[in-house]
Design a protein around this ligand. Sequence first.
Ligand code: BDR
Ligand code: CA
Length: 310
Amino acid sequence: MKPRPIIFDTDPGIDDAAAITIAIRNPQLDVKLLSTVGANVEVEKTTLNALKLTEFLEVDVPVAKGCSAPLLKELEPCPEVHGKTGMDGFAFPPVTKAPLEKHAVEAMREIIMASEEKVTLVVIGTHTNIAILFRLYPEVKERIAEIVTMGGGLCGGNTNSSAEFNIYNDPHAAAIVFGSGVPITMLGLHVTRKALLHRAAAERIDQASPAGHMLYSLFVHYRGGSLASGLMIHDACAVAYLLRPALFQTEMMSIEIATEGIAAGTTVSDYRAVKNGEKTANVNVCVDVDAAGFETWFLEEFCKTAGERP
Ligand code: BDR
Ligand code: CA
């Protein structure tokens, strides 16, 4: 089967690094671009981190720098989770490559319009770049197979009691993307909090290869859970959904984004309105995950494709 063309829109980010590492050399996927956004840390750092990953993993995937700030609010990064650099814990060799000279939104448009097959967008940061892409170039929408995004949740947040970080950081952009009519699959916190990576699996990854050692070194510094209780490698769930959808139970739901007020950034699913026929179910929501199966998949997938040298 032909590999599926995808673009990662990302803010690496330690769990972003896990997602990218596992996907970027997978023969079922054709990663066309890493487009970056400022979110976990500033966009200069997320872009540098994307370059660090492509160089270290020895892949020829372009990196394009995207938006530095959300559409309407100030950026609120979270170095307390990913470290000051956004990927603290591993001494990557100095980067020799540069990002593309064009903006990520331009790079995405070109790739999407030039691709024979519809492209899948894997959005694992804020939705700022995608919202601008849709506003500037609405013609891309029909050339997109699907957006698979890590963000939101059906029950509680991680930035405050109701909002998840990626949606909280640019709710207006998320509202544009979720309201765009493009097919969306959402992997929210209610699922990604269950999909844990424990110490034993992380240690096997560490031993598998230099790429494994790199990831393990980042995991040790990551504050999204712990190796003892299990790491929440949220963004890797988006890749798991692409490669092993059977791990997830899904349900079509109506998802709207609260953009203002104290609950801004919350993904609201109106069950009653869908039942009454007042609202349409617009998002394919992953409602549950086979957590043990996810961990086994991550370990096996890593050892199979990303575990070769480096
Ligand atoms: C999301 O927020 C970021 O810190 C992670 O990289 C992930 O994309 C989890 O809420
Ligand atoms: Ca991320």
